[in-house]
Design a protein around this ligand. Structure first.
Ligand code: FAD
Length: 412
């Protein structure tokens, strides 16, 4: 992943009067934009000349003044060093199928990783001995647990119980919603498997976006995803499998600031809170939910247990490779929703938070909409990646840094 820095530069417009604009790495100046101004419009609302010349796309910046900022959200990615734990273990007379530690990509991978781990469990001798009517437990009601329960129901299991100590306001509800396998810590040898799982998940969300998944009336849509580089997106392995190649484009914010980026026009936005509610609504009719904290898998009276408790799995398994990576998000309100129908992710600097923790700062914006909020309350901006950040170290200053970075990105 690359790191971008921003600086300010004096420019002289035609009037000869000096103005200040923001210049960020990858910047394409106003003069180049004007030189391309005679291009023909295209379907994405941009314009292009002959191939090789970046297409210009006009993007109206979001409203970022204080009056347009909604809830500030802190949440915690379950990152596992080396790779998520997607494996099976026999402990006593139980088969424990682990599925935790997906870092900043739990949503990107969830439907695919659920299928992968249920396949693993079913391929074992112990798994084969479990009948479709035997009790099966899923620990954790985040996106990984719910998609695991969904997968089990789709395969005909009729006695599934989802056990969790919390069902609402989870990291899985708060997550931004970009489909991109980023912010993980995978060893190279596992990356191919992760990519295949992501491709599998992409296919699922694309069906949701197309209206071809009857149990999900909404919750995913195809929108352009913009990154500084192809490498930053993590999506290159998807190209040619399920996605089209990225294009080089210039985003023009209409205020003298432009920015060279790459665009994946078949990017997928997952409206995380909407989809969590859709999953829950479907599962309410098919599985049992039980609220309690699990301390030991042996307390669950089932021969097959899925371990998808996110950060909680770290404690349950004594797994020291699981790390909490804190994220700061700000919901937007009173926006113009049609101006926000794309996703942007750029990386800024690395630094240290007020609590002394290592932070990787980025700016991202997605068209998230919380159920029950106004039609114009659309958009979420993020975000930070604070290694080891927990609720004891809220690092509140990051919210201000985040908005300053967002304004700098757009030149406002
Ligand atoms: C700021 C931020 C932005 C993000 N944006 C994106 C994004 O754009 N795209 C993307 O793909 N991913 C994103 N993610 C990552 C994604 O949100 C996570 O990877 C995912 O939500 C993890 O899901 P989970 O089910 O493993 O964990 P969680 O959602 O944390 O759920 C864990 C569940 O386990 C339960 N539990 C824990 N311990 C126990 C126990 N002992 N007994 C019983 N129950 C227990 C909890 O109560 C909860 O129900 C983001 C994360 C953050 C923090």
């Amino acid at each position: 992943m690359s790191t971008n820095s921003s600086r300010e530069e004096e420019t002289a417009p035609a009037s000869g009067q000096l103005t200040r604009r923001t210049v960020i790495a990858g910047f394409v100046g106003t003069a180049s934009v004007l030189a391309l101004a005679a291009c023909a419009p295209n379907a994405a609302g941009g314009s292009s000349l002959a191939s090789g010349v970046p297409e210009i796309r006009k993007i109206v910046p979001p409203r970022l003044d204080t009056a347009y900022l909604g809830e500030k959200v802190l949440c915690y990615r379950p990152m596992r060093k080396g790779a998520p734990n997607m494996s099976v273990d026999v402990v006593g007379n139980q088969l424990i199928a682990h599925n935790y530690g997906h870092g900043g990509s739990g949503w990107t991978l969830a439907p695919g990783t659920a299928r992968y781990v249920v396949d693993l469990a079913e391929a074992t001798e112990q798994g084969k001995a479990v009948s479709k009517t035997d009790p099966v437990y899923v620990v954790g009601a985040g996106v990984i647990g719910l998609f695991t329960a969904y997968e089990l129901v789709q395969r005909g299991y009729t006695n599934v119980t989802v056990v969790a100590d919390k069902f609402e306001k989870l990291t899985s509800h708060n997550a931004g919603g970009l489909l991109a396998p980023v912010s993980m810590d995978n060893a190279p040898e596992i990356q191919k498997i992760i990519d295949q799982i992501g491709i599998d998940a992409y296919k699922f969300y694309a069906r949701v976006a197309a209206g071809d998944e009857p149990n999900f009336p909404g919750g995913a849509k195809i929108v352009p995803s913009y990154f500084d580089t192809r490498e930053d997106s993590g999506l290159e392995p998807y190209v040619g499998q399920v996605m089209k190649p990225a294009k080089d484009v210039v985003l023009d914010f209409g205020n003298g600031t432009t920015r060279a980026m790459v665009a994946y026009d078949d990017g997928i936005f997952m409206d995380t809170a909407v989809m969590m509610h859709a999953l829950r609504a479907y599962l309410d009719a098919h599985v049992t939910f039980e609220q309690r904290k699990v301390v030991d898998f042996a307390e669950l009276p089932g021969a097959l247990v899925f371990d998808s408790a996110g950060l909680g799995s770290g404690a349950l398994n004594g797994d020291g490779d699981v790390v909490s990576v804190q994220g700061h998000l700000i919901m937007l309100k009173d926006q113009v929703p049609e101006d926000l129908q794309s996703m942007i992710l750029v990386y800024f600097s690395e630094g240290t938070t007020q609590a002394g923790q290592k932070v990787k700062r980025s700016f991202y914006i997605f068209p998230k909409h919380l159920p029950g909020t106004g039609v114009n309350d659309v958009g979420v901006v993020g975000g930070t990646f604070v290694e080891g950040g927990t609720s004891e170290t809220p690092n509140e200053q990051e919210f201000d840094t985040l908005i300053a970075g967002a304004k700098s990105f757009y030149g406002i």
